[in-house]
Design a protein around this ligand. Structure first.
Ligand code: COA
Length: 208
């Protein structure tokens, strides 16, 4: 259920009284953003929402990832990877979007099932992805490649791996969102076959 603008106003007053200078929302549809805007939030960023039909068809035949260069291996993400995963995330994203430990754990818990994968080399984690599954719907929750390892197919390999995991669990569709100005990520998703959903998303912020 969406909060009303009045309820949000109360929450913001509470935050201001406790000394919080700023609040941000998760990605919201334009409709769900309305009460937040009325309560005083403004748009921080517009996001593309992209979807990909996982049901087998000629257009989306099982993707084929070129083999990773030999020095990389893909593994399940484990607790001991957490620090290096957060470090990769820190280097891959600009400050507003960076994950800390809590955000990483929340992304993993956001759906009833998830798939957490890392790509490592001798130096440690170079890329990771978190994919969620709720009902028949998959969500690419997070994807980040270390700037030192970009352009070598790690991002594509992690997406293909996520699509395989979802298909094995009979998911029918996967969604991902990304900043409208993130041309690199858009090129990657569109290369896989993702297509824009009719309406994008917004992230809102409130400052005291
Ligand atoms: C976007 C990102 C995941 C790409 O990872 P990557 O490992 O470099 O991607 P790949 O090497 O698998 O490249 C796959 C495709 O991505 C696109 N791509 C990759 N690097 C690119 C670049 N430097 N410029 C433009 N497009 C690029 C291309 O379409 C490429 O296809 P090609 O190999 O046929 O040219 C990575 O740059 C990253 O982590 N960026 C910061 C975080 C982010 O944006 N995450 C995803 C959005 S939420």
């Amino acid at each position: 259920m969406l909060p009303s603008a009045d309820e949000l106003g109360g929450v913001l007053t509470g935050l201001a009284n406790r000394g919080f200078p700023r609040a941000v929302t998760p990605a919201l549809s334009h409709r769900d953003a309305q009460p937040f805007l009325t309560a005083g939030f403004t748009v921080h960023e517009h996001l593309h929402l992209l979807g990909f039909d996982l049901r087998p068809s000629r257009q989306n035949a099982e993707p084929f990832a070129a083999p990773l260069p030999d020095r990389f291996t893909m593994r399940h993400g484990r607790r001991w990877h957490e620090r290096s995963v957060i470090d990769v995330d820190f280097r891959a994203f600009e400050p507003f979007w960076r994950f800390d430990q809590t955000a990483l754990r929340e992304a993993r818990r956001a759906t009833p099932r998830h798939w957490y994968r890392v790509i490592v080399d001798a130096e440690g984690v170079q890329a990771y992805a978190v994919t969620g599954l709720a009902g028949r719907r998959g969500y690419l929750q997070r994807l980040a490649v270390s700037p030192d390892a970009e352009g070598q197919g790690l991002g594509r390999t992690l997406i293909d791996d996520a699509l395989r995991w979802l298909r094995r669990r009979s998911a029918t569709r996967i969604l991902v969102n990304t900043q409208e100005r993130n041309r690199r990520a858009l090129a990657l998703y569109e290369g896989v076959g993702f297509e824009p959903e009719p309406s994008g998303l917004v992230v809102l912020e409130w400052t005291r």
